[in-house]
Write a protein of this length. Structure first.
Length: 248
C-alpha cells in the first residue's frame, strides 16, 4: 500500500448522536481539529449513535424522547433529575452498555479505528462493551459538550475525558472519576467560529452581511436563536418576548 494512501493512515471514528445538533457540531469540530493538527494524515469517519440502534430500540428511545420534548417536557425533566444521582438504578445505568450493540459492533469491526471519540455521554460505555467482548484495541475518548456534569457523563469506561472548564473537572471528581483521565481543553467549536472571533468588528460585520446577502446592517436588532433540533416548542415565545421588550 503506498505510504501516501489515505488507507495507510490511522483511523479515528467520531461518534455523535442526533439528540440535538450540539453533539454533532462538537464531533465535527473535533474532527476538523484532528485533521488540521495531523495535516490530513488520519482517516476520519463519523457515525450517528441513533443509526446504530435496531428499529425497535430506535422506536422506543427516540420516540419517547421526541414525545416528551414535544408534548410532555415535565416527564423529561423528571427523568433527568431522577437519573442525576449516584443512586440511579443500576438497571437504568447499565442499559446504555448494550443499546445499539449490534450496530456498533459492525461499525467497529469494519473500520478498526485506533481512536473512538464520543460526543454523546452513553456511547462511550457502549464502545467499551464492544471493545471488551470483541477484544478490540482503541483509545476510548469522551468529549463533554455540556457545561454541567449530569451523572450520565461520568463514565469510568472512558480512557480520557475532555472537559470545557475547571468547574466541570471538579464536578467529575465529585462523581468519583479518576483525575488522571480528566483534561480541561475547552468546549469544541468550529474553526470558522474561532476565525471570525479573531476579526475586528467591522470586518466581521462585513463578512456577515456578505454571507446573508444584505447590503447594509438593518436598524432592528438581529436575534439568533438555536437549539432543540426542531423539537423545542418555545422559539416563537422567546422571539416574541424579546421583540416586545421595547428597548433596543
Amino acid at each position: 500500500m503506498p505510504p501516501n494512501s489515505p488507507a495507510a493512515y490511522p483511523a479515528a471514528l467520531m461518534v455523535s448522536a442526533a439528540f440535538g445538533g450540539g453533539h454533532r457540531q462538537a464531533s465535527a469540530a473535533v474532527a476538523q481539529a484532528l485533521a488540521a493538527r495531523l495535516e490530513g494524515r488520519i482517516q476520519l469517519d463519523e457515525v450517528d449513535a441513533v443509526d446504530m440502534l435496531s428499529p425497535l430500540e430506535r422506536a422506543l428511545i427516540v420516540g419517547v424522547y421526541d414525545f416528551w420534548l414535544r408534548h410532555w417536557p415535565a416527564a423529561y425533566h423528571a427523568f433527568y433529575r431522577w437519573t442525576d444521582s449516584a443512586n440511579e438504578p443500576v438497571a437504568v445505568l447499565n442499559t446504555f452498555n448494550w443499546l445499539g450493540q449490534a450496530g456498533f459492533r459492525h461499525e467497529l469491526r469494519q473500520r478498526q479505528p485506533g481512536l473512538v471519540v464520543n460526543t454523546f455521554p452513553t456511547t462511550v460505555a457502549l464502545a467499551d462493551t464492544v471493545r471488551r467482548r470483541q477484544r478490540l484495541d482503541f483509545l476510548n475518548v469522551l468529549v463533554l459538550t455540556d457545561y454541567r456534569v449530569h451523572h450520565h457523563w461520568a463514565r469510568p469506561q472512558a480512557d480520557l475525558i475532555l472537559l470545557p472548564t475547571e468547574a466541570t473537572r471538579q464536578e467529575m471528581l465529585a462523581w468519583g472519576m479518576d483525575p488522571g483521565r480528566l483534561t480541561v481543553t475547552g468546549l469544541p467549536v468550529s474553526a470558522e467560529v474561532t476565525r471570525l472571533s479573531g476579526l475586528d468588528a467591522s470586518r466581521r460585520q462585513a463578512e456577515m452581511l456578505q454571507a446573508l446577502g444584505w447590503t447594509e446592517m438593518p436598524e432592528a436588532p438581529i436575534i439568533l436563536v438555536s437549539g432543540g433540533s426542531g423539537v423545542y416548542r418555545g422559539f416563537d415565545e422567546v422571539i416574541g418576548t424579546l421583540g416586545n421588550l421595547g428597548p433596543r
